[in-house]
Write a protein that binds this ligand. Structure first.
Ligand code: SAM
Ligand code: SF4
Ligand code: SF4
Length: 374
């Protein structure tokens, strides 16, 4: 293979996570595969590390308190920088971009970024699939502007219908009714099909599985149950707090029978189930009990321009350094391809009962979900 014999020039030797730019640059071909044959297809971009919620499984209050050091504004990638990176990833075959965070709707003028991304041409001529994940708190207010700017769809996180349980999960006082209204407004303006994500944490909100299923059955919304994951280093994850998706399916099926259906595409994170009576669909994201690394085609860009090839990585790769050092698009594209070709991440495939810290080199911590994006 040509790239194997390429001379690699290491930039910024002093930065341990600097990205290597190959000496021989090839124009992006629209497809680049990693070491396990997985193409680069999805890019998740975190636009802020801040959030107005303090979900216990993501940004627990004890860690993300008033003294927590969030990124200063000048560390954040600008909209122009994000758009440039996105165009390079699109040239490598990325067809789906998800904006996330933190809470992405807290980033000022986000509609301007959406407009810039929506205008990017793709090699196939097919429009980019541009979507966003939000906690829904600002959605009713912003849905129209997001749609007008060119956003295709939204995914809304909602962990309970009961206000008291919702508050226990997110540790702030926000009414469930306002999130539900945000979902309805988003649907009305055409940001569908809307997916609703519920993280299930044993002993916290598992009693909400059936009320959530009943509420979203027979609506245009697809409810997805997410197994509580050991991301980051703050949530004190424990396997005993994970409810396997198989149990969720059994619980719902006992009252409202479910039938398994085929995935929409290879690499889809959720397994799909439809109600036997034809009244809608639910999804199961079983990252802990049935890992899906085999088809994982996602790269993640942190708020400050660190590139991650796995959600469970302990190290990012400094893409912002290349952007701010005046590197050309061809050089940055070469560095991204070089990194992706080496990628062999399959953390969830190899996770064990107590992987929360045991697999990590001393001195390193897994990156937080609020920094890298879900
Ligand atoms: N703030 C937005 C939201 O909550 O939708 C976007 C960012 S959030 C990090 C993205 C997704 O990650 C959410 O659906 C959230 O529920 C999920 N998430 C965060 N921590 C998680 C964990 N430990 N296990 C499973 N899902 C998690
Ligand atoms: Fe905020 Fe989303 Fe994390 Fe909850 S899951 S704390 S809403 S970033
Ligand atoms: Fe992808 Fe890493 Fe998750 Fe596996 S563990 S599915 S490689 S992000």
């Amino acid at each position: 293979m040509a790239e194997k014999s390429e001379k690699i020039i290491l930039l910024h030797q002093e930065r341990k996570n600097a990205m290597a730019v190959p000496g021989l640059l090839e124009a992006p071909s629209g497809r680049v595969d990693d070491a396990l044959g997985r193409p680069l297809h999805d890019l998740r971009i975190s636009v802020t590390d801040r959030c107005n919620f303090r979900c216990v499984y993501c940004m627990p209050k004890e860690v993300f308190d008033k003294d927590y050091a969030y990124l200063p504004h000048n560390s954040l990638l600008s909209f122009e920088e994000i758009t440039r990176v996105a165009s390079i990833f699109i040239a490598h075959g990325v067809e789906k971009i998800r904006l996330t965070g933190g809470e992405p709707l807290l980033r000022k003028d986000l509609e301007r970024l959406i407009g810039m991304l929506a205008a990017l041409p793709t090699p196939s001529g097919r429009p980019l699939d541009l979507t966003l994940t939000t906690n829904g708190s600002l959605l009713a207010r912003k849905a129209r502007a997001l749609k007008d700017a060119g956003l295709n769809r939204v995914t809304v996180s909602l962990d309970a219908l009961d206000d008291a349980i919702f508050k226990r999960m997110n540790d702030v006082d926000f009414a469930v009714a306002d999130v539900l209204r945000g979902i309805d407004v988003a649907h009305e303006v055409g940001l569908g099909p809307i997916k609703v994500n519920m993280v299930v944490k044993a002993g916290m909100n598992d009693a909400q599985i059936l009320p959530m299923a009943r509420y979203f059955k027979d609506t245009p919304y697809i409810l997805r149950f997410i197994e509580y994951m050991d991301v980051g280093a703050s949530n004190g994850w424990n396997m005993a707090e994970v409810i396997p998706s198989a149990e969720v399916v059994a619980k719902i099926s006992a009252e409202m029978p479910l039938v398994a259906i085929d995935p929409n595409y290879t690499g889809e994170t959720a397994s799909r189930w439809r109600y036997a009576d034809g009244s809608g669909e639910v999804g199961m994201i079983s990252s802990v009990t049935q890992s899906f690394c085999k088809d994982c085609s996602r790269a993640r860009l942190s708020t400050e321009g660190q590139l991650y090839t796995c959600l469970f990585a302990t190290r990012g790769h400094d893409l912002r350094g290349l952007l701010r050092d005046g590197r050309s698009d061809a050089e940055i594209a070469g560095a991204v391809a070089h990194l992706w070709r080496q990628r062999a991440d399959r953390y969830s495939d190899t996770r064990t009962q107590n992987t929360n810290t045991s697999d990590i080199e001393p001195g390193l911590k897994r990156v937080e979900m609020s920094y890298i994006g879900g």
